[in-house]
Design a protein around this ligand. Sequence first.
Ligand SMILES: [Zn+2]
Length: 234
Amino acid sequence: MPTDDRETCCALLRNGTEALLIDAGTGARRLVTDPSLLAGVERLHVVLTHFHLDHTVGLFYLADADATVEIWGAGEVLEGTPTSELINRLLGSPFAPPSIGSGLTVHELSLPAAEVGSFQVESRVQSMHSNRSLALRTAGLVWCTDTGFDPENVEFARGSRVLFHEAFRPADTTEGTGHTAAGDAGRIAAAAGVDRLVLIHVVSGVEDRALLDFALPQFAATDVGRDGLVVPLS
Ligand SMILES: [Zn+2]
C-alpha cells in the first residue's frame, strides 16, 4: 500500500517525445500532480509486470495525464487472457467512467523482446509469485519485482547498469516463493555484475536500514528506492 513516504512503485524513462513507465503503481499519480515530469512527452507507454492492483491502479490516474497513453502487458502469456480484456475489467464501466476504458490503446507485449515505441524491451517470465510476472530489461536497467528469489534473473540482469529488485522481506534469505529477501536481492546484483542495486517494492513500516543491513553485505552499491529518485543510466 502507499505510505506517507512511498507510493507503490513505478519507474519513468524519458526518450525525446516518448516516455516509458514501468508499472502503474500509485506513484503514477505524480505524472499528473507534477506535469513537468511529462513536459515535452507526446506518447507515454506503460509496460506492466503483471496485473496486481498495486502495479495497475495508477492506470486510472493516467486518464488525466497530458500525453497519449498506450498500455503494454503480457496477459496472454501470464494469465491466458488478452491484456486488453484484463485492462477492460479493471478500467471498464462501472468501475471507471465509460470514457476512460474506451479511450485506451492496449497492446499485447511480445516476449522475450519487443519494440515499445522507441524503447527496446526484453522480458522473461517469473514463476515465483502468486501470479506470474515479468522481469523487464530496457535502456540499461533491469526491473525484477513480485518474484521469489529467482537465480535465473542473474543471467537476465547480467551486465546491466542498474538493477531494481524487490526486497519485500527484511531478511537475508527466505524459504518459498512470492517475494524476495533483501539479502537475496543483493546476491543477484553481485552475481549479475551490475553497477548499482536499488531495492523496490518495500513493505510499509519497514525501515530502509532493516533492508540495507541484509543487502549491503552482499552488494555494496545498494540504495533503497524512494519517490522521486533519479537514476542515471549512462
Ligand atoms: Zn504482485
